[in-house]
Design a protein around this ligand. Structure first.
Ligand SMILES: Cc1cc2nc3c(=O)[nH]c(=O)nc-3n(C[C@H](O)[C@H](O)[C@H](O)COP(=O)(O)O)c2cc1C
Length: 330
């Protein structure tokens, strides 16, 4: 069973997370996994409520659910179990029919695409994504078309301007940038120079390059290319603004990411719009979300291959606890 759980966790940690912070820890105990939100990895400036942190944990839970199904198990997820563990979720496994899905095979190849897209989704692709099941307490709103795009670009530019003027925001982001292979191998997390489109460089030079490119004028230009080449956008929102809903939003988001990948589509994030409260409010209205809070905004399209990101080894994030009730069968 432990081998099986390790295989499931190996898929779990391939999930996306904001700034590739991988804010999760796993404790394997009695054939169950306690999944912890690692607040030491929280982006306290851009994500003070920890919405994205819990959404990232939700992405890992979705991967675990799909991987368990592939192994012939149903993952039973109990959010915020009241057992004194402090876990964000407790996952146990029940025997079930094996499900070999495209989503499972997409786990290894899914990645965030920050480049302009080179083609649009077909109507069939849009319909397929729109019909995917959504977790309880999660609402998904879709936008297409030129006028929707113009407004999104405007909001995204306003969010970039507010964020990139804040030295604390820039410092937090720079703290997750990895400028060369040495830094990547030391941390196994964060956003690599390749993903940012920088050549490898010593830390001091990398910082100079980052300083020159983390400006609203530069980021707005990139967002203009990203948004103008996309024609399908989704806001994933929660009706109750709490950690369980954020995890459910993350599960839903990862479902779109994997299903899109399985259909050879690309996706990227436009999350600065969710991170700046006054812009999130405007985005909520633009997507006609009513009172729901947007947690993630995605764009979809056809993409060119792009750089992938490292993950911390499983031994750094998962431990096996010896039985608390040794000898007592459950
Ligand atoms: C909740 C959440 C928010 C994110 N926000 C952004 C974003 O605003 N911009 C961006 O480029 N990537 C964003 N990402 C993508 C992460 O940076 C990415 O998942 C991480 O670097 C790992 O890379 P991968 O997705 O290619 O595996 C976000 C991811 C998550 C889960």
């Amino acid at each position: 069973m432990d081998e099986l759980i390790l295989r499931i966790l190996d898929k779990g940690v391939r999930a996306p997370s904001s700034h590739n912070s991988q804010p999760w820890r796993f404790v394997i105990e009695d054939h169950t996994v306690n999944v912890y939100a690692d607040h030491s990895r929280q982006l306290v400036v851009s994500d003070p409520m920890a919405r994205e942190l819990y959404a990232s944990v939700g992405c890992a839970l979705e991967n675990m659910r799909i991987a368990a199904a592939y192994e012939g198990y149903r993952a039973v997820i109990e959010f915020m179990p009241q057992d004194g563990s402090g876990a964000a979720a407790r996952v146990s496994f029940e025997r079930a029919e094996r499900v070999d899905s495209d989503a499972y095979h997409a786990i290894e190849v899914r990645h965030t695409n920050r480049k302009p897209f080179v083609g649009q989704l077909s109507d069939a692709d849009c319909r397929y994504l729109e019909r995917l099941p959504v977790e309880k307490g999660v609402e998904v709103a879709w936008l297409t078309g030129p006028s929707a795009k113009r407004r999104l670009l405007m909001l995204s530019e306003q969010a970039n301007e507010i964020q990139l003027e804040d030295p604390k925001y820039r410092a937090e982001l720079e703290g997750w940038l990895r400028y060369n292979a040495g830094e990547e191998n030391r941390h196994h997390d964060g956003i690599t120079h390749e993903v940012m489109g920088y050549p490898p460089a010593p830390h001091w030079l990398g910082r100079l390059m980052a300083g020159a490119s983390l400006k609203a004028s530069v980021v707005n230009e990139l967002d203009e290319q990203r948004i103008s080449t996309s024609n399908t956008f989704a806001a994933i929102a929660v009706t109750e603004d709490n950690p369980v809903s954020w995890m459910r939003a993350g599960m839903t988001m990862e479902r779109y990411a994997l299903e899109a990948t399985g259909r050879k589509l690309a996706y990227g994030f436009l999350n600065s719009m969710c991170q700046v409260p006054e812009i999130a409010d405007a985005a909520r209205m633009h997507f006609r979300l009513g009172t729901a809070t947007p947690v993630v905004i995605l764009r979809f399209g056809i993409g060119k291959p792009c750089a992938t990101t490292p993950r911390r080894p499983l031994r750094e994030v998962a431990v096996t606890e010896t039985r608390r009730h040794a000898g007592v069968p459950r």
